[in-house]
Design a protein around this ligand. Structure first.
Ligand SMILES: Cc1cc2nc3c(=O)[nH]c(=O)nc-3n(C[C@H](O)[C@H](O)[C@H](O)COP(=O)(O)OP(=O)(O)OC[C@H]3O[C@@H](n4cnc5c(N)ncnc54)[C@H](O)[C@@H]3O)c2cc1C
Length: 423
C-alpha cells in the first residue's frame, strides 16, 4: 500500500482513530481512508488500559453533549445485538457536605437520570464505612460521606469490544488498515515545490507532506493525528502545538471473598453490582469488574505525578500499598483483606487548561487529542467531530440529536469552560 494515494490517513487506531475512520467513511463513501498504527492490531494503546467507565456527568456543556450522545450510541448498539460489554450499573459519587460537585450534579439532574441518597440510606451501601475511624481522619484529613449521588445513565463498557465494533464496521465500509506501521513524525512541505534544499521557506505556503513510516512513504490529502499522548512528539517539528501533557494512571485489580461481599448485593441497579464508586477523598475510585469477580481501584493523582512519558509504563506496588489502599481501606475496611490479582498503567492525554478534548484543524491536518481520561465515554462524539471538521461543516451533529459548533473544541474560537468533574 505504500506509494498509494489516499484522501485521508488516520494515524492511531485507538478508540479516537477508529471512531473517526468509521464516521468519515460512512459520511464520505467515495473517500479512500487508511488507518495506520505502530501496534500489531487496533486498540493496543491507552484504549486497552482504560477503566472504561462511562458517565454523562460533566459540568461543561460540550463534554456533557459528547458523553451523553456517546452513551446513547453505545446503548443503541447494545440494544441492536452488538456486544460491547455494556453494563449500566451507575456511577456513584460519595460526597462530603459542601462539595461543589453536589451543586453541579444537582443541576445535571434536569438533563439526565440522577438519584440522591443521604442519611440512613448511605449506611446500607455494602461494605461502606461512611464515617472513617477518627485517627485516620486526623492523620490523613479524610472526610465523611454525607451524600451519595448516583448517575443512572452511566456504567461500564469493554473498550476492546467497542473498538472491535468500529474496526469491523469501518472495514466493511472499505476503510483500509496498516498495522506495525510507525510514523516518524509529521513534516511540513511546500505547497509549490521549487526543489531547493531547505524548503519550505518562510514565504512558501505549507502543508503536511508525505508521511515517512518504517514501511515507506504514505500520501494523503488530509491527515488525522489520533495518537493521544504521542501527538506532542509527532507534531513538535511542525510547530503545531498539541496542547496536552501525559499523566500516568494506574489500575489495580482486587479479588477474593472480601471483594465479592462488596461487589454484589447493591440494591439500586438490575445487576445487583456495586456502581462505579468515587470516594469523597482524592477521588479514589472502585470500578466493578464482575466478569473477573473483581473490583478495580484507581485514582487521579495530580500532585506528585510528573509528566514523564515512558514506553512501557508500569504500575507501582509502593503507590498501591502506601497511598491508594490507605484511602480505599479507610472507607471499605474489608478490602484490606483483598488479594491483588492484577495491575497495569497507561496515560491520560491531559489538557491541562480546561480538561476537555482538543479537536482542531491546522493546514491539512486534523488533531484529535486531550481526552483527559474520558476518551472511551466520548469516543463516538469525538469521531463525529473529526468527520465534521474534515467535511468542512461548522456544526457537529451528535447521535442523540444535539449539536455544537466545531470551533468549540478547536483552538482559536474555543468556548469550552474548565471541566470540574475530572477523574
Ligand atoms: C488507567 C486509565 C483509566 C482510564 N479510565 C477511563 C474511563 O474510565 N473512561 C474513559 O472514557 N476513559 C478512560 N481512560 C482514558 C481513555 O483510555 C483514553 O481517553 C482513550 O483510550 C484515548 O483513546 P485514543 O484513541 O486517543 O488513544 P490510544 O488508545 O492511546 O490510541 C493511540 C494510538 O496511536 C498509536 N501510535 C502512537 N504513536 C504512533 C506512531 N508514531 N505511529 C503509529 N501509531 C502510533 C498507538 O499505538 C495507539 O494505538 C483511562 C485511561 C487510563 C490510562
Amino acid at each position: 500500500m505504500a506509494g498509494d494515494r489516499f484522501d485521508v490517513i488516520i494515524v492511531g487506531a485507538g478508540i479516537v482513530g477508529l471512531s473517526s475512520a468509521y464516521h468519515i467513511k460512512k459520511n464520505n463513501p467515495d473517500m479512500e481512508v487508511l488507518v495506520i498504527d505502530r501496534a500489531n492490531t487496533y486498540a493496543q494503546g491507552n484504549t486497552a488500559k482504560s477503566a472504561a467507565s462511562i458517565r454523562d456527568l460533566f459540568s461543561e456543556e460540550v463534554n456533557f453533549k459528547l458523553s451523553h450522545s456517546t452513551i446513547e450510541f453505545y446503548k443503541y448498539l447494545n440494544s441492536h445485538g452488538n456486544d460491547i460489554g455494556l453494563s449500566m450499573v451507575g456511577y456513584l459519587f460519595l460526597l462530603r457536605s459542601g462539595d461543589r460537585r453536589s451543586d453541579i450534579l444537582r443541576k445535571l439532574a434536569s438533563k439526565t437520570k440522577i438519584r440522591f441518597f443521604e442519611g440512613d440510606e448511605i449506611d446500607t451501601f455494602p461494605g461502606l464505612k461512611a464515617h472513617p475511624d477518627s485517627d485516620l481522619v486526623d492523620l490523613m484529613g479524610l472526610s465523611n460521606v454525607d451524600e451519595g449521588v448516583l448517575g443512572e445513565n452511566c456504567g461500564t463498557v469493554e473498550p476492546e469490544l467497542i473498538s472491535q465494533y468500529y474496526y469491523e464496521e469501518s472495514k466493511k465500509l472499505g476503510v483500509e488498515f496498516m498495522f506495525r506501521t510507525e510514523l516518524n513524525e509529521f513534516t511540513l512541505a511546500p505547497v509549490k515545490k521549487i526543489d531547493f534544499p531547505g524548503e519550505p521557506f518562510l514565504w512558501q505556503d505549507k502543508i503536511i507532506g508525505d508521511l515517512q513510516t518504517n514501511r515507506g512513504p504514505l500520501h494523503a490529502d488530509t491527515y488525522v493525528c489520533a495518537t493521544d499522548v504521542w501527538a506532542t512528539k509527532l507534531l513538535d517539528n511542525t510547530g503545531i502545538d498539541s496542547h496536552i501533557r501525559p499523566k500516568k494512571r494506574q489500575i489495580f485489580q482486587l479479588s477474593g471473598p472480601a471483594v465479592e461481599k462488596i461487589l454484589y448485593g447493591w440494591k439500586y441497579n438490575e445487576q445487583h453490582v456495586i456502581p462505579f464508586t468515587i470516594l469523597p477523598f482524592r477521588a479514589a475510585y472502585l470500578r466493578p469488574a464482575p466478569k473477573f469477580k473483581s473490583i478495580w481501584v484507581g485514582v487521579a493523582d495530580d500532585f506528585n505525578r510528573n509528566f514523564d512519558l515512558e514506553d512501557d509504563p508500569q504500575p507501582e506496588r509502593d503507590f498501591f500499598e502506601k497511598s491508594l489502599m490507605q484511602i480505599i481501606s479507610a472507607y471499605y475496611p474489608d478490602l484490606s483483606d483483598a488479594k491483588l490479582t492484577g495491575s497495569w498503567a497507561g496515560y491520560y492525554s491531559y489538557n491541562t487548561i480546561d480538561k476537555s478534548p482538543y479537536i482542531f484543524r491546522d493546514l491539512n491536518l486534523i488533531v484529535a487529542t486531550g481526552t483527559s481520561g474520558s476518551g472511551i465515554l466520548k469516543g463516538d462524539g469525538i469521531g463525529r467531530n473529526v468527520e465534521a471538521i474534515l467535511s468542512g461543516k461548522n456544526v457537529v451533529k451528535l447521535f442523540d440529536g444535539t449539536s455544537y459548533e466545531t470551533d468549540h473544541t478547536g483552538l482559536y474560537k474555543r468556548t469550552t469552560l474548565n471541566e470540574e468533574i475530572v477523574l
